[in-house]
Design a protein. Structure first.
Length: 189
């Protein structure tokens, strides 16, 4: 069995002119609560903070990820079942509109017991259990207070090769019950 590696994907905060989406959290929450999300045809409109220097990067962290059309197409190559909802980012003052995609990743309960938490129950050190992930390549870790999106290494490498912008990757420690059991069985006592 091939051991898969995973990365946490976050927005690159070093890009200071990334387009800002004030009020996006409440709009997205409202859309999800109204179950409008099941209607794929409806476009969600989000006003951006107007600036002539806005940089429309490929990955925008929000309550859930919002990705460019180019990144959406790549992610669909790896998982045709990912759920996307169209989002129009509107800069009224500069009369600019950009098409993005709200991505609602599957939530997977893959936290390893080796994960560490601060006293306030926020994540200190993430360790995922590979055996619980299955074939998922892009998912949200369930059971956390914060939103943590994880992608498989092959997807991350593909993103890097294509020059996508606006994200950072950090290796995730993983725990594979099968590997651990095999090493225990093979140990001399």
């Amino acid at each position: 069995m091939k051991f898969m590696k995973y990365m946490v994907i976050t927005q690159d905060t070093r890009i200071t002119d990334t387009v800002q989406l004030p009020g996006a959290a409440s709009i997205i929450r409202s859309v999800m609560e109204q179950d409008v999300i099941s209607k794929r045809d409806g476009i969600v409109h989000i006003d951006v903070k107007s600036s002539s220097r806005n940089e429309y990067v490929d990955y925008i962290e929000s309550p859930v990820p919002i990705v460019s059309t180019r990144l959406q197409q790549l992610l669909l190559l790896y998982d045709a079942n990912l759920f996307f909802k169209p989002v129009a980012l509107l800069d009224q003052e500069n009369q600019r509109q950009e098409m993005y995609w709200l991505l609602i990743p599957d939530r997977i309960d893959c936290l390893s017991e080796a994960s560490e938490f601060y006293p306030n129950k926020t994540l200190k050190h993430l360790v995922i259990d590979i055996a619980k992930i299955g074939s998922s390549k892009f998912f949200q870790v369930d059971g956390l207070l914060e939103t943590v999106i994880v992608i498989r290494l092959d997807v991350a490498e593909s993103m890097l090769r294509r020059g996508f912008t606006g994200y950072r990757l950090q290796r995730v420690d993983s725990h594979d019950c099968l590997t651990e059991q095999a090493s225990i069985i093979g140990r001399d006592y």
